[in-house]
Ligand binder design. Structure first.
Ligand code: IPD
Ligand code: CA
Ligand code: CA
Length: 271
């Protein structure tokens, strides 16, 4: 078995265990929801319990690897070439409102490049996985991106970061612009599932700013292995720390990139 297969299998069993923890807390966290800083940026006992399960499992299997999680930050030897980027509950606002769209996201970067990704949606029992050059799957069956090649026929998804009240670079203008050009732009509240749904062809493209590595590390490799394309808005290589990402089925990549750059250059939205 290759190392990537071992990483993928351990990430999978870990995500399934963490997902079961989330599912157990669903509808039971009302008294234990707090705001982390910015309005609307919530954390619950479920985020922490899921993270604990993941940290214990990865720490046991890979004690020398670096770890970056949403709730605990940087752990382990940050100089190690292996970095696990983990969101124990992606879609916390949905979860807190019992809106069933949330996931566990576990990505492994090797020398800064996402190479293994597992995203588990426990409510729908959907498991999305991929490893470099090994393809992408949903519930262990191969998946691929859609073949939609015109924006006018596409269904897109995006999101709005927690700093949206503090900056004019809040993605509202881009959202309005693309809503006019497409069959629709969804806002699901879970970046990892947005990427997973692009990978399996339910959505044709996704863009967002203000993200963190744990939101997108797993999804990047899953979209790529499903035949899609992931870059920065301007089609240069994605920088995971920048928090800005454009992920599409490939066919729409150039046109969606051009529209995003056009909105940004025109300063639509009072920018
Ligand atoms: C958030 C979700 C949301 C995205 C936000 C993220 P959280 O993660 O992925 O879709 O728009 O930018 O922060 O807080 O639910 O883990
Ligand atoms: Ca997240
Ligand atoms: Ca989270």
């Amino acid at each position: 078995m290759t190392n990537l297969q071992i990483f993928l299998d351990i990430a999978t069993e870990t995500a399934l265990a963490a997902g079961a923890v989330l599912q157990g807390y669903l509808g039971k966290v009302e008294d234990a929801i707090t705001e982390k800083g910015r309005p609307g940026d919530l954390v619950t006992v479920a985020d922490k319990a899921s993270e604990e399960v993941i940290l214990q499992a990865l720490g046991r299997h890979f004690p020398n690897h670096a770890i970056l999680t949403e709730e605990s930050g940087k752990l382990g030897n940050q100089n190690n070439e292996f970095l696990w980027a983990i969101d124990p509950l992606d879609g916390t606002t949905n979860f807190a409102h019992q809106y069933p769209f949330f996931a566990v996201s576990i990505g492994l970067l090797i020398n800064g490049v996402p190479q293994v990704g597992v995203i588990y949606d426990p409510f729908h029992d959907e498991l999305f996985r991929a490893a470099q050059n090994m393809g992408a799957t949903r519930n262990r069956s191969p998946i691929q991106v859609s073949d939609t090649s015109e924006l006018s026929k596409s269904l897109l998804v995006t999101g709005f970061a927690y700093d949206r009240r503090e900056t004019s670079d809040n993605n509202y203008a881009e959202f309005c612009h693309l809503t006019h050009l497409t069959q629709g732009v969804r806002r699901s509240g879970s970046a990892s599932l947005d990427l997973a749904h692009v990978a399996c062809g339910r959505l044709d493209g996704y863009w967002e700013r203000g993200l963190s590595p744990w939101d997108i590390a797993a999804g990047i490799i899953i979209v790529r292995e499903a035949g899609g394309k992931v870059t920065a808005y301007d089609r240069t290589p994605v920088k995971i720390e920048s928090g800005r990402i454009l992920a599409t089925n490939g066919h729409l990549h150039d046109s969606l990139s051009q529209e995003l750059l056009q909105v940004q250059s025109q300063g639509i939205g009072d920018r």
